[in-house]
Design a protein around this ligand. Structure first.
Ligand code: G1P
Length: 297
């Protein structure tokens, strides 16, 4: 069987981001910055590294800042050029996307992640595609989606990023019902969206990176309501498990849940410390803070 290359990626960015109100009253949560880069930039860079050429954004009302972010900014470029700020100019240019590389479709009503992905069906067509959730930021030597593309070249089918989580947290995730555990790659015989901790089929949770067959779009056509009354991507993928076509992939890397405030702060600290231009000053500050905190206890 010839496995088709994955060149399209869907970025569901229609969510209202209520957990980050009031900030998200006027800025999309995907534009919120980790150090100095918006969340969405991390996802785009990861997709590019994995060979993605076509970027499909599923947006909603109030997300126009996202479209502007990826556009050229000739005034800013000219000003930086004039001022001789070539390093900043390079950073700015690295965010530009070629005309036609990004397509935007709207999700008119918030009906769940599965519904958001389904909104991209015409642009995806009859090809395998990736889905990246920008909330899940993954720091890794080899970007997570690239690891998955390599594993997918062997398996085909449908692949989801997976990671062990504690029983207390498992009910926030899609969870794999493991059939065969081969280490990095796990074959699933089912998947459940946000089960109660006592009903979870395993402790292996789905993280927001997917490589999916176009069959998933057909499954989503049924508009079946799942957990929380929403159309769940997990359910559409689970339908393929009976035929042995669903794989979990234990990626190598550190995942941050930037959909939560605590996760966002953790990521900010980790990314701040990993930046050569900030590590020393920021590290010293954190060190002093910890010492102060200890002294106060
Ligand atoms: C979504 C998916 C869930 C997955 C999670 C990963 O849930 O529905 O299956 O485990 O992303 O972050 P959400 O966090 O949007 O509720």
């Amino acid at each position: 069987m010839k496995i088709k290359k994955v060149t399209k990626a869907v970025f569901p960015v229609a969510g209202m981001g209520t957990r980050f109100l009031p900030a998200t009253k006027s800025i999309p949560k995907e534009i919120m910055t980790l150090v100095d880069r918006p969340l969405i930039q991390y996802a785009i860079d990861e997709a590019r590294a994995a060979g993605i050429k076509d970027f499909i954004f599923v947006t909603s009302r109030g997300k126009s800042a996202l479209e502007d972010y990826f556009d050229y900014s000739p005034e800013l470029e000219t000003a930086l050029k004039r001022a001789g700020k070539t390093d900043l100019l390079e950073i700015l240019k690295s965010t530009n996307m070629d005309s036609g590389a990004i397509a935007y479709v709207r999700q008119n009503r918030a009906m769940g992640l599965g519904h958001a992905v389904w909104c991209a069906r015409k642009l995806v067509g009859d090809e395998p595609f990736a889905v990246l959730l920008a909330d899940d930021v993954i720091a890794a030597e080899k970007p997570c989606l690239q690891q998955m593309v390599e594993a997918y070249a062997e398996t085909g089918g449908n692949m989801v990023a997976a990671m062990e989580v504690s029983p207390q947290r498992i009910s926030s995730y899609g969870v794999l019902d493991v059939d065969q555990d081969n280490g990095n790659v796990v074959r699933a015989k089912g998947m459940v969206e946000k089960p109660k901790s006592e009903d979870a089929p395993s402790n292996l949770a789905v993280i927001g990176r997917y490589i999916l067959s176009p069959k998933i779009m057909t499954n989503l056509n049924k508009m079946k309501q799942g957990a929380g009354g929403e159309i769940q991507l997990t359910d559409a993928i689970a339908e393929e498990a009976a035929s042995g076509q669903v794989f979990g992939f234990r990626f190598r890397g550190q995942r941050y849940d930037c959909g939560s405030k605590a996760g966002f702060l953790q990521a900010t600290v980790a990314f701040g410390l990993s930046r050569p231009d900030l590590a020393e000053e920021f590290g010293a500050y954190l060190h002093d803070m910890m010492a102060l905190q200890k002294a106060a206890q």
